[in-house]
Design a protein around this ligand. Sequence first.
Ligand SMILES: *Cc1c(COP(=O)(O)O)cnc(C)c1O
Length: 348
Amino acid sequence: MSYFRPEIEQMAGYVPGEQPQGGKFIKLNTNENPYPASAAVGRAITASIERGLAKYPDPLATGFRRRAGEVLGVGPDWILCGNGSDDILTIVTRALVGAGECLRLPYPSYILYRTLAQLQGARSEEIRFQANWSLADDFTQVSRDTKLVFLPNPNSPSGTVLPPERILEIAERLPCPLLVDEAYSDFADANCLSLIAKSDKIMVSRTLSKSYALAGLRFGFLVAQPHLIEQFTKVKDSYNVDALSIAGATAAIDDQAWLRENVAKVRKTRDRLTAGMRALGFASVDSEANFVWNPHPEIPLKPLYEHLKAAQILVRYMDYPGWGDGLRISVGTDEQIDACLAVLKSKM
Ligand SMILES: *Cc1c(COP(=O)(O)O)cnc(C)c1O
């Protein structure tokens, strides 16, 4: 006899990438930013501590929503803040998808979406990307009980993007909302923000974990039409973002000069990583994110992952049943990428 709901007993649970707590590894496995965040973030957090933490934070993080709204060109009532964008994805799933209903996602993509469906006692349908990482028209042919579609753009693990025009077309054909997960869009050429005003079916989630170098802070947000934000607000925990992260996140989004400079550096090193991997025979995919997906046409990759790990370099080995395997390597500093390429070269 179990104390638990059957769907909890039966699910495997989401397993995040390895997070070794010693400092020795070159960490290229979970798409963290290799550079320190804007110095304004630390100053804002210190000031918040000096003001004291005895009081509850603003439940809606309106200071952040105002500043982010100015940067993104929307009103504060178009933004909902979360404890990382994973919290946003959870809130949206809980609000839209009931037990026995269905959630759709592309395959291969972010595995957490499947876990979120399982927690609801809902089904998930995974629709394969085509070989060139585009989506066929059957992606929009959904059953009547499909209540939410997730689309990471840029996608993980591929780093590829669907153009905003294509995403609008997909949304218009769907009977339910489409959440475009833009965790990596700051590293890309285009994003879907401007589509939100055109269709209330399109929602965008963002995170400060990757492009703002704040994975440890846990701050993400949703952008959607105000009547949707109002409903999602009922579902979130009352104080889902704490005073220190509101302070840090507001300072981070305020420093757009830092963001532009960081993105330029990461994109430059991304080219170096892609070229270096291709020179070693990998079929590396052109990426618009801060990582590169590297399948190899001939050699087994799990041993290479192990070899890198023994050399204190952590990358992500992923094997997608029915699709194939690859090494997903985050864009580190030039020095980190050169070290990774040198270890791979010595083994190939
Ligand atoms: C990293 C990542 C997130 C989650 O980011 P957090 O804000 O750290 O929770 C969401 N979606 C995708 C596709 C990601 O890779």
